[in-house]
Design a protein. Structure first.
Length: 161
């Protein structure tokens, strides 16, 4: 039994390592086959691999992130109505190694002051939150391409609650 467990563990480790070395698509490869929808954040859908990519070229720029329900459940008792808005968040992208973090900035506590020490103190006391860490699959001069497939499928509105 021990030998089977050891063999199984080695096999799993090998499969994980080999999947890490699988070649990621490049933006050029994808945009030659699919349309890159330009905008504040470019979007590209790979229908062969069922992957959704974002091309981000505004790293560090603040923007508003808000989710909504495009359709409801048809029952007022549940409280999931069509067009319902979720929390409004001030976010920005930050590159950290081979990940692109979507960071929610603290807007509840701010120091409105010319005193840099006071502003730094508030920023350090009330932390920002990392909402998602996107794997970077390609990058160029001032832009990154990230796999956002899992991000767009998450329950960010909290419907399951």
């Amino acid at each position: 039994m021990k030998k089977v467990l050891v063999l199984f563990t080695v096999l799993l480790a090998f499969l994980n390592i080999s999947s890490l070395h699988a070649e990621s698509p490049t933006l050029n490869d994808l945009s030659s086959k699919y349309t890159l929808n330009e905008g504040f954040i470019g979007q590209l859908y790979d229908s062969e691999k069922d992957k959704f990519y974002l091309r981000v070229d505004n790293i560090g720029q603040e923007f508003i992130y808000q989710t909504s329900l495009p359709q409801g459940l048809g029952s007022n008792d549940i409280g999931l109505d069509r067009g319902q808005l979720h929390a409004t968040r001030l976010v920005q992208f930050r590159r950290v190694g081979n990940k692109l973090h979507l960071v929610e900035k603290n807007t509840a506590y701010r120091a409105v002051s010319d005193n840099k020490n006071e502003a730094d103190s508030v920023a350090e006391a009330f932390a920002s939150a990392i909402l998602w860490a996107f794997p970077i699959v390609d990058s160029g001069d001032g832009w990154v391409l990230v796999d956002a497939s899992e991000f767009i499928l998450q329950d960010s509105h909290g419907v399951s609650r």
